[in-house]
Design a protein around this ligand. Structure first.
Ligand SMILES: Nc1ncnc2c1ncn2[C@@H]1O[C@H](COP(=O)(O)OP(=O)(O)OP(=O)(O)O)[C@@H](O)[C@H]1O
Ligand SMILES: [Mg+2]
Length: 585
């Protein structure tokens, strides 16, 4: 669902019961407190000027006649009790409305997270994690603040203004008309100013996003930065964006505050004019001094709600800006889904693959893979070689279901990728990344990824992956925390963890993208020897620059600038004097 203010307001329907309860309480709270300014000023007329006996007469008749002090104390008590009741009802109401607005913010975050979870990899790669987290935190907070003020304060404010207007109408209708005219002028004036505030809010939130993304990138690459002795350069960049964030924040905070005050000034102008007119009516008209004081009291009562109505308009402008930014995230393409797709992997042991005129481009312009035609039998052991940048990793990513092809087709056991859900492809076709990523968690978690796997199977996988010695030497063996990105493990150990992880996933197609490049030749050859049993009845694609890694392959494909330029058994290729394979060591 698009993030718009009307959709946000529509989504409050879900909280109908709480909203109704909260609003009834709000009406009671307003009714209780809105009559308060009437009492004490009316006593001026009744006790000092002896003009009328409305309040005192009512008390004398229904309770008992009292002295002046008695009446004063009585009404003081009534007013204090009313204020205390108003306070309690307001607290309840704020609690109800706060939980609604926080719940809505949580739902919005959930919705965005679901969207992110299903994002296509290509889209995800174009956004920094910092920028995305800024939207999930700052922009949703902006909307939360808007909903919070809208659902709670706006209703009370409008009610208070309405009730006050009614009481004023009863006191003196000419005066009341006056205020009914001034308020729309203030609202109109505010609406004009709020547009600019919306623009400033958008700039401020964009600055937060820039700061957060540059900060997270810098922290992520800290090791690299230190290696290059470039701490000053990179942290200066972060500082610069912090300065720009400060400027944007000052701009927004001070200018929006100025706009709020300016709007309020217009209201205050009307307020003073109103008081002057009240005195005029008291002198020349039929308004008593007590009622004049009551009018003054109502003007005071109306001040906060007017300010709230003004603030609402600015919060609305900010929320609109935040919505626009969140929508940009929502507009990112999701990964294709194939509902009720086929599962061609269930029956067979390995996976037969056929690429038909396969082409691929990351940006829609330059073709990285061009017209690739190849077929791989189930249970075949294939190698792909080629110069750096020739497209080996790209091809593996496509075969493993990370990106859809830009043209052509891939048949998995004879079924087109178009008819298979990408999640299904990834479940059966596992690619070990060139530099595997590990979670900052225990070794066990990194192997099982949270699944409940029998410990004997885990130990078997560790044994096959040549990790037993490493695990035995670890302080807490399988429960040792490996650090961020597996920093406490060596490059070769990390690669072996990834291989053990793959063994536990039991894929039917295994793609090893330079997955053993960090191992010494002896460990690597031991590893492949152990893996033979596992590889039996599975399709294996190995990418390597080292000849020794791929010597045992059934067939080798040579990739050059995104095209398959040669293929054959290692023996056939070795006979050729030219070509990439011949140049491998
Ligand atoms: N995520 C990406 N977005 C855009 N372009 C990419 C992306 N990944 C790779 N490329 C480009 O695609 C081309 C092929 O890259 P690829 O990683 O497939 O090469 P490779 O054969 O695996 O190289 P190497 O042997 O160095 O690992 C390169 O020119 C690279 O710039
Ligand atoms: Mg590569």
């Amino acid at each position: 669902m698009k993030c718009t203010i009307s959709n946000i307001i529509k989504s409050t329907i879900k909280y109908k019961n709480a909203l109704i309860k909260g609003n009834i309480v709000a009406i009671f709270a307003t009714l209780l407190t809105v009559v308060i300014p009437l009492f004490i000023p009316m006593l001026v007329d009744e006790l000092i000027l002896h003009k009328s006996h409305t309040l005192t007469g009512w008390v004398a008749e229904h309770i008992m006649p009292m002295s002046v002090t008695g009446y004063l104390l009585f009404f003081l008590t009534v007013v204090l009790i009313l204020r205390a009741l108003g306070f309690l009802l307001n607290v309840y109401q704020v609690k109800t409305f706060t939980s609604i607005s926080k719940d809505m913010a949580l739902n919005l975050r959930r919705e965005l997270l679901t969207h992110l979870k299903n994002l296509s990899l290509k889209e995800y790669e174009t956004h920094s994690p910092g920028a995305i987290s800024a939207k999930l935190v700052t922009d949703i907070d902006t909307i939360d603040a808007f909903v919070g003020t809208t659902v709670s304060k706006l209703i009370i404010s409008v009610l208070t203004l309405l009730f006050s207007a009614v009481v004023l109408l009863m006191i003196n209708w000419q005066l009341a008309l006056f205020i009914l005219i001034t308020n729309p002028i203030v609202v109109f004036f505010t609406a004009k100013l709020s547009r600019k505030v919306g623009i400033l809010k958008r700039a401020q939130n964009a600055a937060v996003e820039k700061f957060q993304s540059i900060l997270s990138d810098t922290l992520e690459l800290f090791h690299q930065i230190r290696a290059a002795n470039k701490e000053d350069y990179f942290f200066d960049r972060v500082e610069e964006s912090a300065e720009s964030l400060k400027e944007r924040s000052v701009d927004f905070t001070y200018k929006s505050d100025r706009a709020v005050r300016l709007s309020f000034l217009v209201f205050l102008g009307g307020y003073e004019l109103f008081r002057t007119v009240s005195i005029f009516v008291a002198v020349y008209g039929d308004l008593s001094v007590g009622l004049m004081l009551a009018v003054f009291g109502y003007l005071w009562v109306m001040m906060t709600p007017t300010q709230d109505v003004i603030n609402f308009q600015y919060a609305l402008a900010s929320a609109k800006a935040a919505c626009e930014r969140i929508d940009r995230l929502k507009n990112l393409k999701r990964e294709r889904r194939v509902v009720s797709g086929k599962n061609p992997f269930l029956e067979s042991n390995g996976v037969s693959l056929e690429c038909e005129a396969l082409s691929f481009s990351y940006d829609g312009k330059s073709m990285i893979l061009k017209n690739i035609n190849l077929s791989i039998d189930a249970n075949e052991n294939i190698a792909i070689v080629g110069a750096s940048g020739s497209g080996k990793t790209t091809l593996s990513n496509i075969l493993a279901g990370f990106y859809p092809p830009s043209g052509g087709d891939i048949l998995y056991n004879g079924i087109s990728y178009n008819d298979i859900d990408p999640k299904m492809i990834r479940q059966y076709c596992h690619m070990i990344l060139q530099s595997p990523k590990l979670f900052n968690d225990t070794l066990l978690f990194n192997l099982t990824l949270g699944r409940d796997i029998d410990i004997s199977r885990v130990k078997q996988a560790i044994e096959t992956a040549q990790l037993s010695e490493v695990v035995d030497k670890m302080e807490n063996s399988l429960m040792t925390v490996v650090g961020r990105d597996g920093i406490r493990l060596s490059g070769g150990q990390r690669q072996r963890v990834a291989i053990a992880r793959m063994i536990l996933l039991e894929p039917k197609l295994v793609i090893l993208d330079e997955s053993t490049s960090a191992l010494d030749i002896h460990t690597e050859s031991r590893l492949f020897k152990e893996l033979q049993k596992f590889f039996k009845n599975r399709t294996v694609i190995t990418i390597a620059h080292r000849l020794s890694t791929i010597e045992k392959a059934d067939r080798i494909f040579v990739l050059e600038e995104g095209r398959v330029v040669d293929s054959g058994t290692p023996h056939e290729l070795r006979l050729k004097e030219e070509g990439y394979f011949a140049r491998m060591v």
